[in-house]
Design a protein. Structure first.
Length: 160
């Protein structure tokens, strides 16, 4: 069992669901999978296939047969067998995720939300510098305006 309480060999329905969920999320958040989903014209079909593969994989680890898994997931036995024998791309990706869990522990890492996060940081720094510069110019202009008002008041007094 992993540190997060997600068993790699589930013994109960709850354990199956924990492993299934971890496999789905970790596989979906892989950068290569996110790219495939972005490029795919059949996103929902692709994501559904990953979910079925993860469900089949988790149930197989719990010792369920292909027939039981098919009934449990509401899919054909042929579909489940294709996933369990690694004949689908989704099954291969889920299995890679499982192997990573087995070797490194169950860790679900969030991908960089924006490509080139270094570039984003650089742009934020540039904008902060520009803002500071603009604030300094505004202060300098306020000081000049205050001096001009003071001079104008002195002139008005002198002329009165």
């Amino acid at each position: 069992m992993s540190e997060e309480g997600i068993p790699l060999k589930p013994l109960s329905r709850a354990d199956i669901h924990k492993l299934e969920t971890a496999l789905i999320i970790a596989t979906l958040l892989r950068e290569d999978v996110l790219q495939k989903i972005r490029e795919s014209t059949e996103r929902l079909t692709w994501i559904d296939s990953l979910a079925v593969a993860a469900g089949a994989f988790a149930r197989a680890r719990a010792g369920m047969t292909a027939e039981q898994i098919a009934e449990d997931l509401g899919r054909s036995e042929a579909t489940i067998r294709r996933h369990l024998t690694g004949k689908t791309e989704a099954a291969k990706l889920v299995e890679e995720t499982y192997r990573r869990f087995a070797s490194e522990g169950v860790k679900i890492e969030l991908p960089a939300l924006v490509r080139g996060s270094d570039e984003l940081s650089r742009k934020v720094s540039e904008l902060e510098a520009k803002l500071k510069e603009a604030e300094e110019r505004a202060r300098a202009l306020e000081e000049k305006l205050a001096k001009a008002r003071s001079l104008a008041e002195e002139l008005v007094k002198a002329l009165s």
